[in-house]
Design a protein around this ligand. Structure first.
Ligand code: BES
Ligand code: MN
Ligand code: ZN
Length: 516
C-alpha cells in the first residue's frame, strides 16, 4: 500500500516460500542450499539428507579443519564440484548445542538469507532436520521463514535511484527430510508467511515519514486493509466525534497540529459473537516534536516512528484475520501529531479526559499517555476480556532496559504470564517492571486529579501508573516499546530502523489463547 502506484511491485517482491520433502541425494531444482551446523560436534549428515557422499565428506572436512565454522552465525560458503550437489552451499553456525534456542535458528536463517542475497542467488533451500536440531519440524520451519523474511527487510519504497542493484532472493524452500510431518510443517510455514506480512506492514508504516503518513493516511491504510475482508471492520472517528465523546485529552495533544486527528477502530470478529474481545490499544503519534516542550533537534527525525504501537496493533489484528483465528479482537489506534502550533496545549493547561478525570499537563512531550488515556477509557465499552496497550511511551524505558527490550507493566498476574510465554516463543524480549503504590503517589497533581509527568526518575513506571487510572475493571497490561520499535543497530534478524515489534508477540498471544 505504499506509495501509490508501487503496490504491485511491492507484492511481487514478496518471498515465495515452499516446503518440500528431501529425497536423499537428488533434487531437480537446486538453488543454493543452507545447512545449519553446531559447533564442537562431529558432523554426521543423516542418510536422508539431500547431499551426496562427496559433499558430506567435504562438510566434515571443513568442520574438522576449522571448528569455528560452527560458531554462532558464522557462515561458510563453498561451491561443490563433485557428486549430486547444489551449485552453492552455505554452512551456518548454530553455536554450541547446549546454548541453542529457537531464536538462534531465526538469526541463523536470516544469515543464510543474507548470504544468498549477497551472492545474488534467487533461490535458497534450507535443510531443516528436526532430529539434528532437536526442535519440532513445524516450529523450526516457522522460525526459519521468520528469520529469512524479517532479516531481508528493507524500506525502499521511496528510493528511485540505485534500485535495481542486486537481484533479490525470490524463493525459499524449506526442505524436510521426513515425510511424516510435511503437512504440519506446511501449515506452520503458511502461518509464518502471514505473520511476516503483518510485521512488514508494521515496519513499512513505522518507516514512513510523517509528511506521507499523516493520521488521515494511517486511517486510510487501515480502511484499505479491511476492504474485501468480511470479518474485519474499520470505523474512523474524526475530531467532531471525538469532541462529542469528550476525548479532550487526545484533542489537547492534537490541537497544536494542522493535521486532523483520527481515532481508528479495527475489529475482527473471528470468534463467537457473545464472547468479549481482546482489545489492543496502540499509540500512534505520526510525529512527536514534543509540542511546546519541544524536543532537541538531534534524532527528532526518529519521532516519525512514534506510531509504532499503532502499527503493531494494526498488524496484529490484520494477521489475526489472515489466520482466521477463532477469537474477537479490537484494535484502537488514537492517531495524531504532537506539534507546537498556535493552538497547542501548554504546560500548565488542565485537560478534562473522556473518563471525567482531569489532567494537568506538566510537559507537552508526555503526550502518549494523554492520547492513551482516552483510548483506554474508550476500551471499556467493549467489556474486554483483556486490554493490552503498546506504545513508544518513554525514553526512560530505553534507559532501564536498553533498546532491544520491551518493558511490561500491569497488575494482572495471569495476563502478564501469557505475555511472558509469548515473549519466550517469539524471541521478542519483554521484561517486567514493578507498578507499586509508591509510583502512583508521584502522579498526583496539586490542581487536577493527575499530572502527565512526574519527572525523570522511574519514568517508564510513572507513565504506566498514569495509564492505569484510565483502565476500567479489566485485565490490562502495558507494553513500552520505545526501545525496540526503532533499532539503531541491527540484530541477527532485525535490520536497523523499524522492527515491527509487537506484531509477532501479540499474534502469538492470540494463538495461545485460541488453543486453550
Ligand atoms: N515518544 C516519546 C518517547 C520516546 C523517546 C520513544 C525516545 C522513543 C525514543 C514520548 O512521547 C516522550 O517524549 N516521552 C518523554 C516523557 C517525559 C516528558 C515525561 C520522555 O521519555 O522523555
Ligand atoms: Mn513525546
Ligand atoms: Zn511520543
Amino acid at each position: 500500500i505504499f506509495p501509490p502506484g508501487r503496490e504491485e511491485e511491492i507484492l511481487k517482491s514478496e518471498l515465495k516460500v515452499t516446503v518440500r520433502n528431501a529425497v536423499a541425494g537428488t533434487d531437480p531444482d537446486w538453488g543454493c542450499l543452507g545447512i545449519f551446523v553446531f559447533q564442537g560436534e562431529r558432523f554426521e549428515a543423516a542418510d536422508n539428507w539431500p547431499v551426496g557422499q562427496e559433499t558430506r565428506d567435504l562438510i566434515r572436512k571443513i568442520l574438522k579443519r576449522n571448528d569455528l565454522a560452527g560458531k554462532l552465525y558464522r557462515e561458510t560458503v563453498f561451491f561443490p564440484e563433485h557428486g549430486p550437489a547444489p551449485p552453492m552451499i552455505i554452512l551456518i553456525g548454530l553455536g554450541k548445542r547446549d546454548e541453542f534456542t529457537l531464536d538462534k535458528l531465526r538469526g541463523a536463517a536470516a544469515k543464510a538469507g543474507k548470504a544468498a542475497q549477497s551472492h545474488r542467488e534467487e533461490k535458497l533451500i534450507l535443510l531443516l532436520d528436526p532430529s539434528y536440531l532437536r526442535i519440532e519440524g513445524p516450529e523450526a520451519a516457522g522460525a526459519a521463514v521468520e528469520g529469512v523474511t524479517l532479516g531481508l527487510y528493507r524500506f525502499s519504497a521511496f528510493k528511485t535511484l540505485d534500485r535495481e542493484e542486486g537481484q533479490d532472493l525470490q524463493f525459499l524452500t524449506i526442505l524436510v527430510p521426513e515425510r511424516s510431518r510435511l503437512k504440519a510443517v506446511r501449515a506452520e510455514v503458511a502461518v509464518a508467511v502471514k505473520i511476516c506480512r503483518a510485521a512488514y506492514l508494521a515496519r513499512d508504516l513505522t518507516s514512513m515519514p510523517a509528511n506521507e503518513l499523516t493520521p488521515a493516511v494511517l486511517a486510510e491504510k487501515a480502511q484499505i486493509l479491511a476492504e474485501g475482508r468480511a470479518k474485519l471492520t474499520v470505523t474512523i472517528l474524526s475530531a467532531p466525534e471525538m469532541k462529542r465523546l469528550g476525548m479532550n485529552s487526545l484533542l489537547g495533544v492534537a490541537s497544536g497540529s494542522d493535521q486532523e486527528p483520527k481515532f481508528i477502530i479495527v475489529s475482527y470478529l473471528g470468534g463467537d459473537e457473545a464472547t468479549s474481545p481482546v482489545v489492543f490499544v496502540g499509540k500512534a503519534l505520526t510525529f512527536d516534536s514534543g509540542g511546546i516542550s519541544l524536543k532537541p533537534a538531534e534524532k527528532m527525525d526518529e519521532m516519525k516512528s512514534d506510531m509504532a504501537g499503532g502499527a503493531a496493533v494494526l498488524g496484529a489484528v490484520s494477521a489475526a484475520a489472515d489466520l482466521e483465528l477463532p477469537i474477537n479482537v479490537v484494535a484502537l489506534i488514537p492517531a495524531t501529531e504532537n506539534m507546537p502550533g498556535g493552538k497547542a496545549c501548554r504546560p500548565g493547561d488542565i485537560l478534562r479526559s473522556m473518563s471525567g478525570k482531569t489532567i494537568e499537563v506538566i510537559n507537552t512531550d508526555a503526550e502518549g499517555r494523554l492520547i492513551l488515556a482516552d483510548a483506554l477509557h474508550y476500551a471499556s465499552r467493549f467489556e474486554p476480556a483483556a486490554i493490552i496497550d503498546v506504545a513508544t511511551l518513554t525514553g526512560a524505558c530505553i534507559v532501564a532496559l536498553g533498546e532491544q527490550v520491551t518493558g511490561m507493566m500491569g497488575a494482572d498476574g495471569p495476563l502478564k504470564e501469557e505475555i511472558k510465554r509469548a515473549s519466550q516463543q517469539t524471541g521478542e524480549m519483554v521484561w517486567e517492571l514493578p507498578l507499586w503504590e509508591n509510583y502512583h503517589e508521584q502522579i498526583k497533581s496539586e490542581v487536577a486529579d493527575f499530572k502527565n509527568s512526574a519527572g525523570r526518575t522511574g519514568g517508564a513506571i510513572t507513565a504506566a501508573a498514569f495509564l492505569s487510572k484510565f483502565v476500567g475493571p479489566y485485565p490490562w497490561v502495558h507494553l513500552d516499546i520505545a526501545g525496540p520499535a526503532w533499532l539503531t543497530k541491527e540484530t541477527a534478524y532485525q535490520p536497523k530502523g523499524a522492527s515491527g515489534v509487537g506484531v509477532r508477540l501479540l499474534v502469538r498471544f492470540l494463538r495461545n489463547r485460541c488453543r486453550k
